[in-house]
Design a protein around this ligand. Structure first.
Ligand SMILES: Cc1cc2nc3c(=O)[nH]c(=O)nc-3n(C[C@H](O)[C@H](O)[C@H](O)COP(=O)(O)OP(=O)(O)OC[C@H]3O[C@@H](n4cnc5c(N)ncnc54)[C@H](O)[C@@H]3O)c2cc1C
Length: 418
């Protein structure tokens, strides 16, 4: 039976879905407000790291254009800037990597177009939705955090915050030394925030994403509004001073003479209100619009979950569309049930980590610094937030996990790249 799916938005959610449908012989049309050419000159969108489960989905779609192992990273380094500092490392079982989305998204749009896919370029307003629903067998709304998402009602039971929990200052920088093989660093300054350092493929090769997650009222908060354009030299010096005090392990990697934004537009400041929404709206005649990606669940970027979970959910939806006879409200309900454990777990785990650590979580951090297998499993679970949530959702579960891993023998370790 020939079906035609409408996909609004060409972020990772919309593109992974449309490419999946294309590969499996289902017609999909993307409608989005940016052309591939537009991405070259826009401000930094985010600093997304793809875990290996997402890279595997890219392999399935034939869109993994960044397979050189030298641009991948292999482990997390965790630093806690306590009076008695803690450091530990956790390895992934397979490589991860980050590509600037101003390169990634247009590349996948081109893949879709070159394989015969159709993209319409225009901005969709709320009033356009009913006619779009009529035009397609199913309308997928994957427009990110824009106002159109309000079509889907809010789920207060999964949305505990009404304000951003971190004030973000995110940039792509030159002058930050990368280890060989490369890693991601997660650094915590208690009471002031976290910083995640991600080696990122950008326009001039590898740049270092510094994702500063600043606690409101803390010493780093001012970075979320500090202007680069007004005085670049002052901006750089303030950042360096804060890093030296709060994230010294990263400061030690900086060549201060070369330290700068890779390009003037490589800076993003603001905040995210973590929000989960219902995902289905039924229209006259039984046709539906279904939410996908950030429209469904937007999380703070601290644990690197939003895009990875959006890609996962796109594959769940794609697989269900390929196998379904009818694309009605019952179909949407089944999709929702199938994807929700991982999607909700990513939101809950991230929301937990935004709070000061409980006693049990503090104990887990201490245990990971002593037990490499535990640290590896914590790291690997960035791929599987549902499994992470199984382990950290209550003090009892954290204690049981530490107990199990303390009893386990230390694993035989391959090289970091193996
Ligand atoms: C600083 C930062 C760092 C992050 N780091 C990570 C990370 O390490 N790992 C991770 O997994 N996630 C991360 N995220 C989250 C990730 O960026 C998002 O979860 C993901 O990109 C959402 O994808 P999406 O397709 O749902 O939405 P979007 O990427 O927002 O795509 C929306 C699409 O819809 C289009 N559009 C919008 N409005 C309209 C309209 N009205 N009409 C037509 N088209 C429209 C847009 O142009 C775009 O094509 C980070 C986010 C930020 C801000």
């Amino acid at each position: 039976m020939a079906r035609h799916i409408g996909v609004i938005g060409a972020g990772i959610a919309g593109l992974h879905l449309a490419l999946y449908l294309q590969k499996h012989g289902v017609a999909a049309t993307i409608i989005t407000d940016r052309t591939p050419e537009d991405y070259r000159t826009i401000r930094l969108l985010n600093t997304v790291a793809h875990h290996h489960v997402t890279v595997a989905r890219e392999d399935h779609l034939g869109v993994n254009h960044w397979s050189d192992p030298r641009v991948h990273y292999y482990y997390h380094d965790h630093f806690f800037n306590f009076p008695e500092p803690i450091h530990f490392r956790g390895d992934f079982s397979k490589a991860s990597r980050a590509v600037d989305y101003r390169i990634y998204l247009p590349a996948l749009m081109q893949d879709f177009l070159q394989r015969g896919g159709k993209i319409e370029y225009r901005r969709i307003e709320e009033g356009d939705i009913a006619s779009l629903v009529g035009r397609f067998d199913l309308l997928v709304v994957s427009i990110g955090k824009g106002p159109l998402g309000q079509l889907f009602t809010y789920r207060p039971e999964h949305s505990p915050y009404s304000q951003p929990q971190r004030r973000l200052c995110v940039g792509l920088y030159t002058g930050v030394r990368q280890p060989d093989p490369m890693n991601v660093t997660l650094s915590v300054s208690p009471g002031h925030g976290e910083m995640i350092v991600i080696p990122t493929i950008s326009f001039d090769g590898i740049a270092s994403a510094l994702l500063m997650e600043n606690v409101p009222g803390g010493d780093m908060e001012e970075l979320a509004t500090l202007s680069y354009d007004d005085n670049p030299k002052h901006f750089r010096q303030v950042i360096l001073d804060k890093l030296e005090k709060h994230h010294p392990s990263t400061y030690d990697r900086i060549d201060t003479a070369r330290f700068d934004l890779a390009q003037p537009l490589d800076l993003l400041q603001g905040g995210v209100v973590p929000t989960v929404r219902n995902t289905v709206v039924e229209f006259d005649g039984g046709k539906c619009a279904i939410a996908l990606g950030d429209v469904h669940s937007i999380v703070d970027p601290m644990m690197g979950q939003g895009a990875n979970v959006a890609s996962y959910a796109a594959f769940v939806l794609g697989e269900e569309i390929v196998n379904a006879d009818v694309l009605d409200v019952r179909f949407c309900e089944k999709v929702d049930l199938k994807r929700q454990d991982r999607v909700l777990a990513a939101a809950r785990w991230t929301n937990l980590m935004l709070q000061p650590p409980s006693e049990a979580l503090g104990m887990l951090i201490g245990a990971m610094s002593q037990n490499r297998a535990l640290a590896d499993e914590f790291t690997e679970n960035f791929n599987y937030p549902d499994q992470q949530w199984d382990r950290v959702s209550s003090p009892q579960r954290i204690h049981a996990w530490i107990g199990r891993m303390s009893a386990a023998p230390e694993p035989v370790r391959a090289t970091a790249r193996g």
